[in-house]
Design a protein. Sequence first.
Length: 168
Amino acid sequence: GLVYEGLANDIAEAEALAASGEITFDPCHMHDAVGPMAGVVTYSMPVWILENKAFGNRAYCTINEGLGKVLRFGACDDEVLTRLRWMEKELYPVLKEAMEIRGQIDIKVIIAKLLQMGDEAHNRNEAGTSLLLRELVPAIMSCSKTQEQKVAAFNFVNANNHTFLNIS
């Protein structure tokens, strides 16, 4: 996270900075957030916002990076940082505008449907991700971003069956 935010140049510098006490680290739950698999949430990372309308509370989770070499499993090289920056600068703006066009999505309805489809919202996320994408595609297609950006956003979510994992 420190390297991603530009506070350190490499992992060794990040470890030294973290050990110095100059940086404050908090558990995600202290900020109503979830960092799956010991994942890190930093101040620049785009997040999904889930709002409980009945009680007025909100929770936040990062956009799932996919499988393989990812920050949530401790990887922090150029490949990981490049993907995270692409997600922040390219993917997120498409998803943000799509959500503004679409409006709220009832996640409880998606969870009820995915359970009936054999998805348990943890290791088998294909149904949940597919149902989410079904809600988002019309708005993605309607947003003002370039066709290339819209296709790239669709392809990223579509190729990452674990997109819904962080949300669930």
